[in-house]
Structures are given as C-alpha cells and as structure tokens.
Design a protein around this ligand. Structure first.
Ligand code: ASP
Length: 343
C-alpha cells in the first residue's frame, strides 16, 4: 500500500505572493503550491492537504495555533504515516519546539518546513525544502518503522531536531541551525540519516497523547548592560507571570549588583520559576563557573542547560499547563523530556 502523508499548510513565505498594490507578501491559496511543485506527483505516495483558514504569516502564530495543529494531527494520526507542516520561518522554531512537548508518545514524523523565497519565484528554496521534507517524512528503516519519529525542521539540506533549532538568518537560505545538537539528516545525492542522534519511537505501541492545556504566564527577560531596576522588577515580580526565562550572558552570568540579586531573591520568595538560558547561540548554562552565575543559582534560579529560548518557552507553557505546583515544574524543567537539552 502507498505510504500516505498529510501536508498541513499554515501559511508563510513558501505560499505567499506579492500584492500588486502595496507590494507586500501575502498568503495565497494552497492549490497554488501544489501546482507549483508537480514533482510531488512523482513520489509513489498519497499526499493529502489540510489548509489553515485563514492562512497566517507566522508572526501571527500563537498558542491557539499550536493547539489547532496538535488537534489536526491527533484527529488524523492513524490515517497517515507522517505529517509535514508548511510554516513561516519567523516562528517555526517556536512552533516545532512547542509541538515536541505537546505531542506525547509520538511515533511518526512531524516535519516542519518553509522557505525564504516564495515557491513561485525562479530561485525559490521552497521546492527543494518541500520535496525533501516529503521524502524524509515518508522514509522508513529496514524494519518498516518511520526513520524520524520526532518533530523536526527540514531546511536547506539539513534536518534538525525541532526543539533544538533556531532561526539564524533573515536572508540566507541557510536560515536554521541547531548549534547544540548534531543534524539528524543531511540531504546530498542521498539523504544521509544520523541514526544515533534520532530519537527512538516509544517501544510499545502507545497511543498518541496531546497536552493542549497551556499556561502562557511566562515572560522572557533579555539582560543587557544598562538594564534598569524598574525593568527587571517589572518582568520578575509581575503578578501576571508564573515563570520568567532570563536570557543571561555566556555560561549563565548576570549582574552582581545587590539591587539585581535582591529582585531575583524576591521573585524566588514569591514562588516564581526563574529559568536561566544563555544568550549565546551555542553552549550551555553552568552557574558554577563564575561567581556571578553562582549568585543566581543561590537565589533560586534554575538552569536551562543548553536549551534554546524557543524550547524553554514551549516546555514551560506545557509544564505550567499540566502542574499547579511550581516546585514540580522546576524539577521537571531541569529534566530532558524529548531531546531538548543535553544531559
Ligand atoms: N514572515 C514570514 C513568516 O514567518 C517569513 C517566512 O515565512 O519566511 O510567515
């Protein structure tokens, strides 16, 4: 029997065209994409499509979009061998991260892809991205199991783990990287899979579960020289948040001024979950290297290790949605749940 894939089209540059009036890029009807990529018909596959209505520029993606995506996948999970999500590049790493935590017992590929140039323009990167994403989502190992049973991003010849990826360029075709995690596959003449890095599907056949109760009371504070007490207080002590991701310097360092540490300690006393993620693209947080990091740890801040900010956000939304107890969230946040940190 032919393998079957579901192409979920959410929007993004891959399916946009220029508005003749204001010359901005706007999404167009999905049937246009299939017309533009007749190569898809050459695969011996059944490819069905699900189109979001309305189509969205991915800067409009929000947690409801993720919930909708998980529902589309859950409701059709048994009907398809794999899923491809066509998505704008701007927030693709956020969406792929969130879905990795929202889809439990995943045993089939969910491959996100998009493009830097619309699919209808001659030099588009969209065709190769889409065609290879299709091949990857349909590919099976010698035992007939899906080759990549996880949420990932395919872009510019590289398959990356979704919750390790980050957008690194607004212009280059090589727009995504996962600096703290080797690529899962690389497309050359053949698609070469890095099998030791690919997560295994659950041993027994467990039904897909979804975690669609998200608690979004999280904010992100990026430290910078000259940051003021008023700004730090606003982020860390706001009654609106349960958790704050602090984007720190280097290996997890922050100012040592008493005013800063006092606010951190007060937030900790209030029961806030404070998470330390480095601003560096590569490497991990280790709060025991420098005194300025150790002070944060002593004040109750927990390590995000080598997590991306995108992944820390999705992980917190899911954990907060699931547990009322902040201490439990802190504990689970520091554990590896689906390949998002190196332990
Ligand atoms: N603004 C677009 C989006 O993220 C950019 C892209 O698709 O590359 O939807």
């Amino acid at each position: 029997m032919k393998a079957s894939l579901l192409l979920i089209y959410t929007g993004g540059t891959i399916g946009m065209k220029q508005d003749p009036e204001d010359r901005t890029l706007k999404p167009f009807d999905f049937s246009g994409i299939l017309d533009e990529v007749p190569e898809l018909a050459k695969f011996a596959l059944r490819i069905d499509a699900y189109t979001f209505d309305p189509l969205i520029d991915s800067s409009d993606v929000d947690p409801d979009t993720w919930i909708k995506l998980t529902h589309v996948i859950r409701d059709r999970y048994d009907d398809y061998d794999g899923f491809i999500v066509l998505h704008g590049t701007d927030t693709m790493a956020y969406s792929a991260s969130a879905l990795s935590f929202m889809l439990g017992n995943l045993a089939k590929p969910v491959v996100f892809t998009g493009s830097q140039l619309p699919i209808g323009v001659p030099r588009t990167d969209g065709k190769e991205n889409l065609i290879s994403a299709v091949e990857i989502a349909a590919s099976r190992d010698a035992g007939g199991r899906p080759m990549v049973p996880e949420v990932c991003i395919y872009f510019n010849s590289h398959l990356l783990r979704g919750n390790r990826a980050t957008k690194v360029s607004s212009e280059d075709f090589n727009a995504f990287q996962s600096p703290n995690c080797p690529v899962l596959a690389e497309a050359g003449i053949e698609i070469r899979y890095n099998r030791s890095e690919i997560r295994k599907a659950p041993q027994q056949h467990l039904p897909l579960t979804i975690q669609d109760r998200l608690d979004t009371r999280v904010s992100i504070l990026k430290l910078h020289p000259g940051i003021t007490p008023a700004v730090v207080r606003y982020f860390l002590l706001s009654p609106e948040t349960r958790a704050v991701i602090i984007e720190t310097y280097g290996s997890g360092n922050a100012p040592s001024q008493p005013w800063f540490l006092d606010i951190v300690a007060e937030a900790d006393r209030m029961g806030k979950i404070l998470v330390n993620v480095t601003q560096c693209q590569a490497g991990a947080v280790n709060m025991r290297i420098y005194a300025n990091g150790k002070r944060l740890e002593d004040a109750g801040v927990v390590s995000g290790f080598d997590s991306t900010t995108e992944s820390a956000l999705g992980k917190l939304f899911v954990l907060l949605g699931r547990y009322q107890d902040n201490a439990r969230v802190k504990e689970l946040f520091q554990q590896e749940l689906c390949g998002e940190i190196t332990v």
